[in-house]
Design a protein around this ligand. Structure first.
Ligand code: GLN
Length: 483
């Protein structure tokens, strides 16, 4: 049952082959039996899940089921969920029970999904390996001595291990695509503004974007359909109409122009990963696509620029966690200053503190022009690179991540090496563009992701391009052994 896609599960539910309650129980049992070691979930919500599944079964019986009715998923613990702990992977929010649902959560609820629990993640979504979580690291189901990627590492590991049919994730610099790549699943970061950020705990507001993490592009299309759309509660949410993402999945790729940025295939890319990505691109040629070499000359500036912009925004966003209004509060503060200092000192982990300090520094009076303002200008140059590229090509392809999953602890003490993991994903966030990662041929038993970047609001095209590959290959159906 757990190996079925959302499309197949939906059909089974509507045909009465199983009930949503049975499905929820089955996945909850798998979580119980298999997640001890993986640590992909921070909380499970069995009671709420079974109640939602019962309601879904009634809808199905009444013939009112939609494509997501009764489908078990998990939410990244960055999304506020009413009445359920929403920790954001931090000690700071360990005791926070959200009084409301994020828009993503309420939209998926309205579509009838059954939430089984909340996924582990890097603290406040800062990380590429899930090792910064207050709740401990997540293990990669393909090799438990390795990381699942991050920051949506719990979501990716749980979907790969078939502990849920799909999951939600968020992507500020690669956090949907990179863990999707390292865990062998399909992850889509939509255009900035496509999916509401209301109730999604803010890291870097001008970059953060929620999206689906699933087994296939076909499943991701169903999830995005429910998640996307204008939200008056998010002032940066886009008013653009939401197309039918499933309708164009099978469109022909004949004549599709694929841009291959030379900067994405150079130094720093693992040669076996490069081979696997090139083989996938060759498959696209067979499907009728045309390959065009392009250049994104400012690629090398994306990571350093991100590490000015993202910390700046995080230092501002995280100033609300002061030990007074909500979140962790230290014991017996001596005075107000002691309360602030110790609450934040004890509530935040090392990576979060590092970012807050960098952010406060680059925003400070004497340095603002030299760092933050300059970073904003470079951000524009990065966007312009893509603008020029999309005058020539329909989509851009390359590796999602420079290597396969690395060992737990291997990069944890070296922030810069860790940051370079997002070298191919960050630019899309800087420009606000959509990107998808899909599994291609593994290297030494470990998953590899192909990244496909599209123009603004080209999600339907990305899903179509991903789906056609998944129709021609079966890398996305592979399951780690033991799951
Ligand atoms: N790995 C990047 C970081 O640490 C991106 C994280 C994300 O996309 N949330 O900031």
């Amino acid at each position: 049952m757990h190996n079925k896609s959302i499309v197949e599960l939906g059909a089974a539910l509507r045909a009465g082959e199983c009930s949503s309650v049975e499905l929820a129980r089955h996945f909850l049992q798998r979580i119980e039996a298999l997640d001890g070691e993986l640590n992909s979930l921070i909380s499970t919500t069995a009671e709420q899940a079974l109640a939602a599944a019962e309601a879904a079964d009634k809808q199905i019986a009444a013939g009112e089921a939609g494509s997501l009715t009764g489908i078990p998923i998990i939410h990244k613990d960055i999304f506020c969920t009413e009445g359920v702990k929403t920790s954001c992977g931090s000690r700071m929010l360990d005791s926070f029970i959200s009084p409301y649902d994020a828009t993503v959560v309420s939209k998926l609820k309205a579509a009838g999904v059954v939430s089984l629990g909340k996924a582990n993640m890097d603290e406040f979504a800062m990380g590429s390996s899930n090792e910064t979580s207050w709740y401990g690291p997540v293990r990669n189901p393909w090799d438990k001595s390795r990381v699942p990627g991050g920051s949506s590492g719990g979501s990716a590991a749980a979907v790969a291990a078939r502990l849920a049919a799909a999951a939600t994730g968020t992507d500020t610099g690669g956090s949907i695509r990179q863990p999707a790549a390292l865990c062998g699943i399909t992850g889509l970061k939509p255009t900035y503004g496509r999916v509401s950020r209301y109730g999604m705990i803010a890291f870097a507001s001008s970059l953060d974007q929620g999206g689906p993490m699933a087994r296939s592009a076909e499943d991701a299309a169903l999830l995005l359909q429910a998640m996307a759309g204008f939200d008056p509660k998010d002032s940066t949410s886009a008013e653009a109409p939401v197309p039918d993402y499933s309708a164009s999945l099978n469109d022909s790729l004949e004549g599709l122009k694929i841009g291959l940025p030379k900067e994405y295939f150079g130094e720093g890319l693992d040669s076996a990963v490069a081979e696997s990505v090139e083989a996938a691109i060759a498959e696209y040629k067979k499907l009728g696509a045309e390959l065009v070499e392009i250049s994104l000359p400012n690629t090398g500036l994306a990571v350093p620029t991100y590490y000015v912009v993202a910390p700046a925004e995080c230092s501002s966003n995280l100033s609300r966690f002061d030990g007074v209004r909500y979140g962790y509060r230290c014991d017996e503060p001596k005075d107000l200053e002691d309360l602030y200092k110790r609450s934040r000192g004890e509530g935040f982990g090392a990576e979060v503190k590092r970012r807050i300090m960098i952010g406060a520094y680059v925003l400070s009076a004497g340095y603002y022009d030299a760092f933050y303002l300059k970073a904003q200008k470079i951000r524009q140059l990065i966007s312009d690179d893509f603008k020029r590229a999309f005058e020539q090509v329909d989509v851009i392809m390359g590796p999602t991540s420079p290597s396969t999953a690395f060992g737990l602890g291997e990069k944890a003490d070296d922030p810069v090496t860790m940051y370079l993991n997002d070298i191919y994903t960050i630019a899309a966030n800087m420009a606000g563009l959509p990107g998808i990662s899909i599994p291609v041929a593994p290297v030494a038993g470990l998953p590899v992701g192909l990244q496909i970047i599209g123009d603004y609001f080209a999600e339907a095209r990305l899903l179509n391009v991903a789906h056609k590959f998944q129709q021609a290959t079966d890398w996305h159906t592979q399951v780690p052994s033991g799951f």
